[in-house]
Design a protein around this ligand. Structure first.
Ligand code: ZN
Length: 371
């Protein structure tokens, strides 16, 4: 089998991906100080999250301008009825008494302001009216993808991922005792044995554009998990298993889902995906791969459909992906009305779009015919 270095493709750098490009400085050794949070709170800005919802400033008009994250001062939080709890680390509602976890550090911005996230999920009902009267609203992170500035979306994604990780790791996986956040939320530590620590988790996912043996078609599919989205096709993808290289995962996943044997694999870029399956934070690792034979044997359990799509039709699908009828926008489950295509591909907020576009924009096979 040819090595990856035999591939002739000079890989274009994939454009900045949604949820990437976080400009906050994360390396802050002072977070290890036990009184870091109490010192930081008075001058920090806090972002409220409720589940996968993020607090944004409500827009008075329909101008289509990007929404703005609500980065609140301690005073603004107090006006919402959220005050530091008496133990000095957590927060609570001043009426009703709902206790909230401690804030977690996201990083420091260019103006040296510390940005924190506060998970207010447990106060959702009590907060709703207060947020509305303060001109704030909670918006789903997925819906915010096309509505926030890129760097703010990255901060929002980190905030949701970190909060969801803390929620899912309340107890020690080794001994069952309670775990508590340490270092401003950068880790959790067991209350029975301090050697039992866990770190925020990211699950790697390989996502791949597979080109045909002749290099003139792309393998696209619709997993059963997208049932109900309508006529969509996208790149194949799957979790990377323990002890598996990215390239090996690509070959295994394509063989499992489509029965297509794959040779060389080239890694092009990656995208953080904080709205992953089961509340997890995934890292999508984007690849282009070369099929060594074209016959498809679809895994009917996992995939509704897998097919080869010609470069011309892929280019057409790229151009049509911004159409408002694209089911990925949540407005329609219809197929494209124009152009004769019977499917949509993901819009530009997904790395799949950029893999598909990068491949289709090259008028020749991605990999050398020597392979
Ligand atoms: Zn333990």
């Amino acid at each position: 089998m040819a090595s990856v270095s035999d591939a002739v493709a000079t890989a274009p750098e994939l454009v900045a991906q949604s949820f990437g490009g976080n400009t906050l400085e994360r390396t802050l050794p002072a977070r290890r100080d036990t009184d870091f949070l109490s010192k930081a709170l008075p001058a920090a800005r806090l972002l409220l999250v409720l589940g996968r919802g993020v607090c944004v400033r409500a827009q008075a008009d329909a101008s289509g301008a990007p929404k703005e994250l609500a980065s609140l001062s301690l005073e603004e939080l107090e006006q919402l009825g959220i005050v530091p709890s008496s133990n000095g680390t957590g927060m609570r509602l001043n009426t009703g008494g709902a206790s909230l976890p401690q804030p977690y550090l996201l990083g420091q911005d260019a103006a040296s302001v510390l940005r924190l996230v506060l998970d207010a999920s447990d106060a959702g009902d009590a907060l709703a009216e207060r947020l509305a009267s303060a001109g704030l609203q909670v918006a789903d992170l997925r819906a915010l993808m096309p509505q926030l500035e890129a760097t703010e979306l990255a901060v929002a994604g980190h905030a949701v991922a970190l909060s969801q990780w803390h929620v899912a790791h309340r107890f020690c996986g080794r001994c069952g005792a309670e775990q508590v956040p340490i270092e401003a939320g950068a880790k959790r530590q067991c209350t029975a044995d301090p050697r039992h620590r866990v770190y925020p988790r990211t699950d790697p996912v390989a996502i791949m554009l597979v080109e045909s043996a002749a290099g003139d078609a792309a393998l696209l599919g619709r997993p059963r998990s997208l049932r109900g989205r309508g006529a969509v096709l996208t790149c194949l993808s799957g979790f990377i298993e323990q002890g598996e290289a990215i390239e090996e995962a690509v070959r295994r996943e394509v063989a499992e889902e489509a029965g297509v044997p794959v040779g060389p694999v080239q890694i092009l870029g990656s995208q953080p995906w904080p709205i992953g399956r089961g509340g997890g934070c995934e890292l999508m690792i984007g690849c282009v791969a070369k099929a060594v034979a074209d016959e498809i044997h679809t895994d009917q359990e996992e995939m509704e459909e897998v097919r080869w799509v010609s470069r011309a039709n892929v280019l057409e699908a790229v151009a049509a992906s911004a159409h408002p009828d694209n089911p990925y926008y949540g407005n329609s489950t219809g197929a494209p009305a124009e152009g004769g295509l019977d499917f949509f591909i993901p819009p530009p907020w997904a790395i799949a779009h950029h893999l598909i576009k990068a491949w289709a924009s090259r008028p020749v096979p991605w990999f050398s015919s020597r392979l």
